[in-house]
Ligand binder design. Structure first.
Ligand SMILES: [Zn+2]
Length: 176
């Protein structure tokens, strides 16, 4: 989809209640997420009504300093892994699960991953400059997958019990 002046917009359908329009601060790209039931026509109208806002936000984003490169030095990797290993035991105990190993990786599109079969958990080096609270949130998310593989009701109930304010942390992490 494009705005009347031709700015490209990426559209994602999600299970959500209302339409959300977001300008990414890092590259000024425009992202629209919408519930499945909203028609293309409605989405198009939604975007056109907000074109002035989109242009303004894009100008702002372009003026921001670009995201700093990720420090992937062995020193940074070791430091992050140590933080993970310090935080993990209490959460493993709390959730009644145990990962077979933890590693840190240069992942740019995701904060963490969990292999359900091998029980290996990997955390992104992007977490190196985030607080323990945010690191813990990602860690707990991956550990909960050892109890519930899917992002379903049961999964979110575990999250809710472990970290009641996880939604706020999610937003902070994803810059929303
Ligand atoms: Zn997940």
């Amino acid at each position: 989809m494009r705005t009347a002046s031709g700015i490209p917009i990426s559209v994602t359908r999600k299970r959500m209640k209302s339409i959300r329009l977001r300008i990414k601060a890092t590259d000024a790209s425009v992202h629209l997420s919408a519930p499945y039931h909203v028609s293309e026509r409605v989405l198009y109208a939604f975007v056109q009504e907000r074109e002035a806002w989109i242009l303004k936000q894009r100008e702002r984003a372009k003026g921001l300093p670009q995201a700093k490169p990720i420090d992937n030095s062995s020193k940074a990797r070791k430091a992050l892994l140590e933080r993970v290993q310090r935080l993990a035991p209490q959460w493993e105990q709390h959730l009644g699960v145990k990962a077979s190993s933890y590693s840190v990786r240069l992942m740019k599109s995701r904060w963490g991953s969990c292999n359900i079969r091998t029980k290996k958990i990997a955390l992104s080096m992007m977490l190196a400059d985030r607080t323990d609270t945010l690191l813990e949130y990602v860690l707990v998310h991956e550990l909960v997958h050892l109890r519930e593989p899917g992002h379903n009701r049961r999964f979110y109930q575990f999250m809710e019990d472990a970290i009641p304010n996880w939604r706020a942390l999610h937003k902070e992490l994803h810059g929303e």
